[in-house]
Design a protein around this ligand. Structure first.
Ligand code: N01
Length: 534
């Protein structure tokens, strides 16, 4: 095999790409990972904004495929800070000696399936042409940043940052007037830290969101030892739970409990911290009644914490809780009690344009020295479609998916007419509704088993059948339609970008990772039912 010939090309050196490389290399395949950054880490390489931290408990947000690897690493905090996760992924890359097969500072620009050769031809921004039998995307669901096309953005003379592309050397906001646009997970984590430095901080808020307290804390040696000893319990969560993580639940609908018990349970999860507001009752995501109980609890908390009743009211979210990603933060609502922190509701006072010294709103201009865009991502499909992927007869994936508005996959893993192309945590898989390492391990293990089957049986190509795609999209939609998700515009529905409308269909499998795993395993057990093998 020549220098440019590989068995598999994997895109991205985050959790997904690293584990995929490890598995396929163990299988004896010649693999190259292509990574745009100059180091491993994926999202944890780029998202270095102040306060960046994971919202899955660190003892679960880790690889579990190897007990030895799991037990070699100690997480210092309940929720890991970005630098620690990045350190961990570097540790994994070293432990498994992955770096020799990763090509850094290179972006895949195009990948075309050559039907005669039955190979993928891959082009890069370094003007290389590589060939591989398998083309595997590990680009992540949230990696293509979104800066809304505000008029005049280029005229601003101050500093501009996006949370997902933060300068490595950090930013000192001391004495500065800062405007932040966006209050999703990134903005909510960044604001309390920026507020500590800035002379003035103004949040321009389009939609108020639900923020639960993280209650992060250092892990004691005893807690770390316990996590090591509990390896089997933690690994088991990857296989048996809907989210790939153990989370607290009463197992009951709020409607089955008297109001005082509801309140007791909600206070318990609020004080314990984390995402359990979404799991404390069994039907938060499906019952409007239960959802109201939980969302009203958060609105009451906002009223307790925020001293100015008018500001508190502006911060009241009104969509169904958990239909946008539940956010965990640290002292987020509290910062609005500080004199130098201001809140502008864009619904009352929209952005007109960005000007050289600040942001012009309908009711006046806010002058500032820096603008932080915490405006999120072209989620789920953006990073896949940024590569010009072409299947048989040169069909662009962009065309097949109508620019991301009509996603067609089988199991979120494979696409008809795109043979030997696999997506790790692709759209229509459980992905972002789960603990990501759990989903990543499941997908990588499945793809690895599939490739083993193909190699052992001399199969040249595998791809989804068209009717399997149609059926899978229906299954994803049918399940989503039993929940409250479709009621809300969000990055889950693809309606977060300016000018975008909801995708047709819900592109996340919401039936749980445990059930999804069973479906995928059954498909494999039946010699890849729903796939065309040639
Ligand atoms: O992005 P977001 P994010 N004008 O899309 C606003 C993961 N993550 O980077 O809600 C004004 O959630 C937008 O407003 P609205 C996690 O899965 C995890 O914060 O669309 N505002 C919103 O407030 C998370 O969900 C962690 O009305 C505009 C914000 O920008 C996902 O990444 C940490 C606007 C974008 O919020 C994305 O989070 C960080 C406009 N034109 C991220 N356009 C943890 O693990 C957008 N907005 C804790």
């Amino acid at each position: 095999m020549g220098e440019k010939q590989f068995d598999a090309i994997v895109v991205g050196a985050g959790f997904a790409g690293l584990y995929m490389l490890h598995k396929l290399r163990e299988r004896g395949l010649k693999v190259r990972v292509i990574e745009a950054a100059d180091g491993v880490g994926g999202t944890w390489y780029w998202s270095r904004y102040p306060g960046a931290r994971c919202d899955s408990d660190s003892i679960f947000y880790t690889f579990t495929f190897s007990k030895e690897l799991y037990q070699k690493w100690r997480w210092p905090e309940r929720y890991s800070a970005q630098p620690d996760i990045l350190k961990y992924l570097n540790f994994v890359a070293d432990e498994l000696n992955l770096r020799p097969d990763i090509q850094f500072e290179t972006r895949v620009t195009k990948a075309s399936f050559n039907d005669k050769k039955k190979k993928w031809e891959i082009e890069t921004d370094t003007n290389e042409k590589l060939e591989a039998k398998y083309f595997i995307s590990g680009v992540g669901c949230l990696s293509t940043t979104n800066i809304p096309p505000f008029e005049g953005v280029e005229t601003f003379k101050g500093e501009k940052y996006h949370t997902g592309r933060w300068p490595h050397e950090g930013v000192d906001f001391t004495g500065k007037r800062v405007v932040i646009i966006g209050n999703g997970s990134s903005g909510v984590q960044a604001m309390p830290i920026i507020a500590k430095q800035a002379k003035e901080l103004t949040l321009l808020m389009r939609t108020p969101h639900y923020v639960a307290e993280a209650r992060n804390h250092p892990l004691t040696t005893e807690q770390q030892d316990k996590a090591m000893a509990n390896y089997e319990y933690i690994r088991n969560a990857f296989f048996t739970t809907p989210g790939g993580i153990h989370s607290y639940s009463t197992g009951k609908s709020a409607t089955e409990l008297p109001p005082e018990e509801q309140k007791k349970q909600l206070e318990y999860v609020w004080e314990s911290g984390g995402l359990a507001l979404g799991s404390v009752f069994s039907d938060v995501g499906v019952s409007k009644e239960t959802n109201f109980v939980v969302s009203q609890f958060v609105r009451d908390k906002i009223d307790e914490i925020v001293e100015d009743p008018e500001v508190a009211k502006k911060l009241h979210p009104d969509y169904y809780i958990t239909t946008k990603r539940l956010i965990i933060g640290t002292n987020y609502y509290e910062i609005f009690n500080e004199d130098h922190v201001n809140l502008v509701s864009l619904k009352e006072n929209p952005i007109v344009r960005i000007v050289e010294n600040g942001v012009e709103l309908e009711n006046g201009t806010i002058e500032c020295d820096a603008i932080v865009f915490a405006t999120g991502y072209d989620s789920m499909t953006g990073s896949i479609l940024r590569m010009d992927i072409r299947g048989r007869d040169g069909q662009p994936l962009k065309e097949k998916w109508e620019n991301g508005k009509v996603v067609k996959t089988y199991l979120g893993l494979s696409v008809q007419n795109f043979p030997n192309f696999f997506m790790i945590t692709g759209p229509q898989s459980p992905s972002v509704l789960t603990n990501m390492p759990s989903s990543i391990e499941q997908h990588v293990d499945w793809i690895d088993r599939c490739i083993e089957y193909l190699e052992e049986n001399n199969v040249q190509t595998i791809e989804a059948k068209e009717d399997a795609e149609v059926e899978w999209a229906k299954q994803c939609d049918d399940i989503a339609n039993t929940t409250l998700f479709p009621y809300t515009n969000s990055w889950y529905t693809g309606a977060n970008l300016d000018g975008s409308t909801k995708r047709s269909g819900f592109v996340i499998y919401v039936g749980g990772l445990n059930n999804y795993r069973k479906i995928c395993d059954e498909v494999a057990d039946k010699n890849y039912e729903g796939f065309l093998l040639d």
